[in-house]
Design a protein around this ligand. Sequence first.
Ligand code: AMP
Ligand code: TRP
Length: 335
Amino acid sequence: MESRIFSGIRPSGKLHLGNYLGAIKNWIELQDKPNTERAIFAVVDYHGITTPFNPKTYRQQVMDTILDFLAAGIDPKKSLLIRQSKIPEHTELAWIFNTITPVSWLDRLPTYREKLGETDGKYNHVGLLDYPVLMAADILLYKSNLVPVGEDQLPHMDLTNEIAKKFNSMFGQTFEPVKPHLAIGARIMSLQDPAKKMSKTPSASSGQAGDEYIALSDSPDEIRDKIKKAVTDSGNEIVFDPAKKPAISNLMTIYHLLSQNSVNEIEKKYGGKNYSEFKSDLAEVVVNFLNPFQEKRRELKNDLTYVEDVLMESEEKAKIIASSTLTEVKQKMGL
Ligand code: AMP
Ligand code: TRP
């Protein structure tokens, strides 16, 4: 079957290794597959404003995310790279979906509960609750059938399919089922707390903000420093055991995914060695891996007209698909 791929990422700061290994790496592999009919990748800036953001720097954050994508290997010849807010059909379709989505499908979602907890309920606005409906609209607007995401997004994928089914049953067959595409090692944990996923939002329990994640654009010294400070488990052995040794297992996963060494090979290589030897090697693995990415990113930053052109062209093409779906939807609904 031909795949029509869609995925999105919030511009909530610099992209980190979790985003890369859980999402973008997958996107790049998918865009290159021969049976990929189209691939659309979006910076979901409307999703990004559901949690605290700074209007003065937000535009820059969106551009930073776009630069991260292009530097990581999203190829504008094969994929469309878009900003969600530039294509109003996303929110238009989300409104329509709002009218067929029971509140009870949304307020039980773990992602919503988590976000409420993180902000002490301060951000309990309709947009936060409605976040997954906009996501369903993002996906279905382009009649996508394959969505590369991390496993935390699976409840949103189920919801997307529920909404599609309900729309079809109320207004006639319009949307096909959508499948998630999970990456291996899809969940990279925080360097400061292996019970939490690596994230740009600092947790209350940790020390300095930023120590929890490695941004793709961190300098070699920042990377070395963060890995040195990463928490480890009791004992001193380099063994992969996510249940008993979650911290070192997480670091080993990163090592494995960036170096092509299997976890077994890593265990053998570091048999008898201590955490600090392992950590200093891991830092070099990360630094070397990120080097070509960072070079490409610097080049792009010096050629912003090219980047703007890529965006304009992609958004124009995406709009054609989006408005065709919306016309069909409105027609079926008598709008
Ligand atoms: P976010 O930064 O939360 O907007 O996430 C963007 C994408 O990266 C989603 O597909 C997430 O599932 C994925 N992602 C975010 N954090 C991690 C992580 N720590 N490990 C793996 N994937 C992640
Ligand atoms: N909700 C996703 C996240 O937090 C981001 C997102 C928005 C998305 N729209 C999407 C992902 C559509 C895949 C498809 O990571």
